[in-house]
Design a protein. Structure first.
Length: 194
């Protein structure tokens, strides 16, 4: 298995996905609130072996092939609790990053932290020139994460989601834009401290 580094944010540990995460994912993931805006390739209703099948047959082989990177999200106050997953994918058109977070953990800015950590990995470690994400227009929380991350809307289309065919958007940020935004944020933090 290719080595994926563990990442850290102020409140989260992003631990590389492993086959033994299947049970925790299976117990958290199959909630319509989580899956409704995910790509329609996600089976719904979610099968009893859905997490194991996905990890074994899709995610882990893609990691081994060097096309995808997947992390589980775990609060630093309780590392054994898997609360979500975030992923990066090469060669996936307009969908380089995807994520889900258990509903009871949403609304706290945790996914903003995780998205920033994996964006840094995408641009600085992998050296990718652009990060694109697709999302349902109705997925307001995901849209805010993209906007806060400095991404800009570049296309409007329709896609098939678990909840049906919906208007969707493509958001984008280049490595240069991401670095400039990060430098600006660091400069502003320094001024606030000074």
């Amino acid at each position: 298995m290719r080595k994926i580094p563990e990442l850290s944010t102020p409140r989260l540990t992003l631990r590389p996905l492993r086959i033994d995460d299947a049970g925790a994912i299976q117990s958290r993931f199959p909630q319509f609130e989580i899956v409704r805006y995910l790509n329609a390739v996600v089976p719904w209703p979610y099968p009893e072996d859905g997490a194991l099948t996905y990890l074994r047959d899709v995610a882990l082989p893609a990691i081994e092939a060097g096309r995808e990177w997947h992390w589980t999200l775990r609060p630093k106050v309780g590392l054994d609790e898997l609360i979500g997953v975030i992923s990066l994918k090469r060669d996936s058109g307009d969908d380089h990053r995807g994520f889900w977070l258990a509903p009871e953990w949403q609304g706290q800015g945790l996914m903003n932290e995780a998205a920033e950590a994996v964006s840094a990995f995408w641009f600085e470690t992998l050296g990718e020139p652009v990060l694109r994400v697709s999302k349902a227009v109705a997925n307001q929380r995901s849209r805010r994460i993209s906007a806060r991350g400095g991404m800009r809307l570049v296309a409007v289309t329709e896609r098939n989601f678990v909840s049906g065919r919906l208007p969707s958007e493509v958001w984008e940020i280049t490595r240069e834009e991401w670095r400039a935004q990060r430098q600006k944020a660091t400069h502003e933090e320094g001024r606030e401290r000074g």
